[in-house]
Design a protein around this ligand. Structure first.
Ligand code: SAH
Ligand code: SF4
Length: 397
């Protein structure tokens, strides 16, 4: 969307649901099949029946989107009552939803403890991508990223991560109708997931892995691993594990072509510099059986956007099957950088393209509602700022 398109923000505040079960019942959302099996056995399900029960409950939760045990009609009444005493099926609560002029939806989602994270749905002609968060805030402090200015509050649980997918499917009305198989009703509204919201997914590995395994399970949400992209700032020791234990597509926040500049932009580079990162990336496609890696490269005026940078980038990644995603910098209040000019971005893209790499320029989406890459930051944090600052951020100052 161009910066001067009219902003027709539709702000919808969704009424609160009843308070979450704070009575000690266990949430079944976010458990792997094995975890669900163990929970059912601990609650008295005979081991012999456990596998079948897991299959039934799994389908109700992840295929049909059911939240109430009473709706699980292939279970006996007694069984449903027992489940209801021990367990809940609970996902995060939508606090508000904003719809951008370009159709992008930004959800503010509340999780246990009163914390909030943002989830963004980006509709496109032939698909729809959900950008989900893995942490409240981030421990890393990339200097161009709004989330990086917010301290890490906590890691999300697997339930809260896959719960964002379920929240979006609720809002899009995308649970299948009885008698209609997944995908038979036409192209999916929510067809892709990117772990590109708040937080560093590889600093919350187990929860991200379990949540993505649930999203990929063929008897539920059933998204193929090729439709899930995990973006990391470069947590080198977890990259091979991502290939082996998740097997999704990988994107890396590369952003610079010398250690000197990358140290300033993506400070984790001081720990795992470019050469080490590239070694890990070189091994990824084979380990995960995926075609290529996405290199994300934020275009910052006068910082990393020269022709020389483009040529150096191409040399560095030589031999790695790759696509270079150029991201025009998305501004946020107080950001210390400016977006590169379009002509500069195009010249950079051209050099990369001529070297044989796809070099799409990512169209900023949802800028008018601060939903674009790197603009997310939860309102919990905003609330702590001064009134003047909030007004200034909202353009009222
Ligand atoms: N923490 C992960 C994923 C979240 S960010 C990571 O860093 O990879 C998703 C992408 O948006 C990353 O490539 C990130 O570097 C980029 N990004 C962050 N702030 C941005 C901004 N203000 N403008 C454009 N892209 C930004
Ligand atoms: Fe964290 Fe990613 Fe932002 Fe860096 S770019 S501060 S890793 S969310």
């Amino acid at each position: 969307m161009s910066a001067n398109a009219p902003i027709t923000q539709d702000v919808l505040t969704i009424p609160r649901k009843l308070p979450a079960a704070a009575d000690g019942r266990q949430n079944l959302v976010g458990l792997t099949r094995e975890g669900l099996r163990e929970a059912l056995i601990a609650a008295g399900t005979p081991e012999k029946q456990a596998k079948m029960r897991v299959g039934q409950i799994w389908q109700w939760i992840y295929h049909w989107g059911v939240r109430d045990f009473d709706a699980m009609t292939n279970l006996s009444k007694d069984c449903r009552a027992q489940l209801g005493q021990r367990f809940v099926i609970e996902i995060p609560e939508i606090v508000s939803r904003q719809v951008s002029a370009d159709g992008t939806r930004k959800y503010l989602v509340r999780i246990a403890g009163g914390h909030e994270v943002e989830t963004v749905y980006i509709p496109e002609e032939d698909r729809g991508t959900l950008c989900i968060s893995s942490q409240v805030g981030c421990t890393l402090t990339c200097s161009f990223c709004h989330t990086g200015t917010q301290k890490l509050v906590r890691n999300l649980t697997a339930a809260e991560i896959v719960g964002q997918v379920m929240v979006a499917r609720d809002d899009l009305g995308e649970w299948p109708e009885p008698g209609v198989g997944t995908g038979e009703a036409g192209p999916r509204l929510l067809s892709n997931i990117v772990l590109m919201g708040m937080g560093e997914p590889l600093y919350n590995f187990e929860a991200v892995r379990d949540a993505m395994k649930i999203a990929m399970d063929g008897e539920g949400i059933a998204l193929s691993r090729r439709r899930i992209t995990l973006s990391t700032s470069g947590v080198v020791p977890e990259i091979a594990r991502t290939a082996e234990e998740i097997g999704c597509m990988l994107a890396v926040s590369f952003h610079a072509t010398t250690d000197d500049v990358r140290d300033r932009l993506v400070p984790i580079n001081k720990k795992w510099p470019i050469a080490e990162l590239l070694d890990a990336l070189r091994a990824y496609p084979k380990l995960s059986n995926s075609e290529r890696i996405t290199f994300e490269y934020v275009m910052l005026k006068g910082v990393n956007d020269s022709d020389e940078d483009a040529r150096r980038l191409v040399r560095l990644i030589s031999g790695i099957p790759a696509k270079i995603n150029l991201i025009p910098f998305n501004e946020w209040p107080g950001a210390p950088y400016e977006r590169s000019d379009w002509a500069r971005i195009e010249a950079f893209a051209d050099i990369v393209y001529k070297a044989g790499y796809a070099s799409p320029i990512r169209t900023p989406r949802g800028e008018d509602i601060m939903a674009a890459c790197g603009q997310l930051k939860s309102a919990t944090e905003r609330a702590r700022k001064s009134r003047a600052q909030i007004e200034a951020e909202a353009g009222l100052g």
